[in-house]
Design a protein around this ligand. Structure first.
Ligand code: NAD
Ligand code: DAU
Length: 354
């Protein structure tokens, strides 16, 4: 048996595939364009029978048709996306293309494949669309966390493009009975995250004693979940989720950005102190805020807890300490992803030298 994963060279895809295989899961065909965010080296140690990398675009219908016909996967796990909010503000077109056209293309190809199946194979087939809590918009300080019934109210081109995918997946279930399921997870952190996102960016800059750019007042709140917990939640939904359902996945770890930064800096002060007794947190600089910046996300995971028995295993302090340790230990991985395009991004976005 095989599953087709898209975006397996990215942060969550890599962790999902490693967790899936470690728990005895079937082989993976991984469709990934290897954009700046995808790193072929992450999974290059795996034999082809476990992880077959196919470099290609999720918008390529002929390629999707060929992979489905050749490998006859029992499921599709669709993670491939443009995923960085800041990039969606400066260049939304790629988000519309990959996140909307790509999701539509894959749904069409997977539906045609599913229609060609019969009996048990058709009943067992699943399409898991990995969406985000950002489709629900922003919460006030005292609002209850997002549930699966919260209204869809995206505020960035990124979240709007992901929400379009939500609507398409829902419509394919309602209209065609196609067995699509959707997850809405909160902010992930952990190994293999491209350092354009808050936590790896801050860890890497703090280690290098470079400025730590805090948007606005730094009081925006995110609900952090370790990526291995998210990957486990995806496996549970894939194996036991119900077609047509959506599942929220949160870490029950709401933190303001400044608290996250203080946590990282405290770990580094203890494990890699700066010369002269200087503190890492003194590298923090407040910079211009993100346009349309969502103030707070928080996710109510009651449904996935009660129906599928999912609970995060990492506490945020332990997970954060482990993440700091991972980026310190894996300096070669960091070097391999922080050249070329990454330096251009730092310059363009922050006016910061690489
Ligand atoms: P990522 O940016 O690290 O990886 C995205 C992957 O998709 C890369 O390997 C890239 O090469 C690939 N890709 C991009 N465009 C492609 C295309 N046109 N065709 C084929 N492959 C393409 O993203 P991530 O953080 O791992 O997120 C994975 C998914 O999870 C996304 O759909 C994202 O919206 C969702 N998500 C992310 C988070 C988070 O905190 N990172 C939280 C909730 C949901
Ligand atoms: O909530 C899930 C989403 O989390 C995912 O769907 C997205 O793919 C993922 O990128 C993430 O979106 P955020 O915008 O919340 O993550 P980011 O790491 O970009 O920013 C987290 C917070 O930190 C946010 O309030 C902006 C702030 N920030 C970010 C960066 C990169 C800073 O203050 N400075 C920075 O340099």
């Amino acid at each position: 048996m095989t599953i087709l994963v898209t975006g397996g060279l990215g942060f969550i895809g890599t962790n999902f595939i490693l967790g899936h295989l470690a728990s005895g899961g079937d082989g993976v065909v991984d469709l990934d364009l290897a954009t700046y965010a995808g790193n072929p080296a992450n999974l290059s140690h795996l034999p082809d029978g476990e992880h077959l990398l196919v470099r290609g675009d999720v918008c390529d219908r002929a390629l999707a048709d060929r992979l489905l016909a050749e490998h006859r996967p029992r499921a599709v796990v669709h993670l491939a996306a443009e995923s960085h909010v800041d990039r969606s503000i400066s260049g939304p077109a790629a988000f519309v293309q990959t996140n909307i056209v790509g999701t539509f293309t894959l749904l069409e190809a997977a539906k045609a494949h599913w229609e060609s199946l019969d009996g048990v194979g058709r009943d067992a087939f699943r399409f898991l669309y990995v969406s985000t809590d950002e489709v629900y918009g922003s919460l006030g300080p005292d609002d209850p966390p997002f549930t699966e019934r919260s209204p869809c109210a995206p505020n960035s081109p990124y979240s709007a493009s992901k929400a379009a995918g939500d609507h398409l997946a829902r419509s394919y279930f309602k209209t065609y009975g196609f067995p699509a399921m959707t997850t809405h997870c909160s902010n992930n952190y952990g190994p293999y995250q491209f350092p354009e996102k808050l936590i790896p960016l801050m860890i890497i800059n703090a280690i290098a004693e470079k400025p730590l750019p805090v948007y606005g007042d730094g009081r925006q709140v995110r609900d952090w979940i370790h990526v291995e917990d998210h990957a486990r939640a995806l496996s549970l939904v894939l194996e036991r989720g119900a077609p047509g359902e959506t599942y929220n996945v949160g870490g029950r770890s709401e933190r303001a950005n400044m608290e996250v930064l203080e946590g990282i800096c405290t770990v580094l002060d203890e494990t890699a102190p700066r010369a002269g007794g200087l503190r890492h947190i003194d590298l923090a600089v407040h910079v211009a805020d993100r346009p349309g910046h969502d103030r707070r996300y928080a996710v109510d995971s009651t449904k996935i807890e009660e129906e599928l028995g999912f609970y995060p295993s990492y506490s945020f302090p332990d997970g954060l300490e482990a993440a700091v340790c991972w980026y310190r230990t894996n300096s070669r991985w960091v070097e391999s992803v922080t050249s070329g395009e990454y330096r251009d991004w730092l310059k363009r976005h922050y006016g910061m030298g690489g």
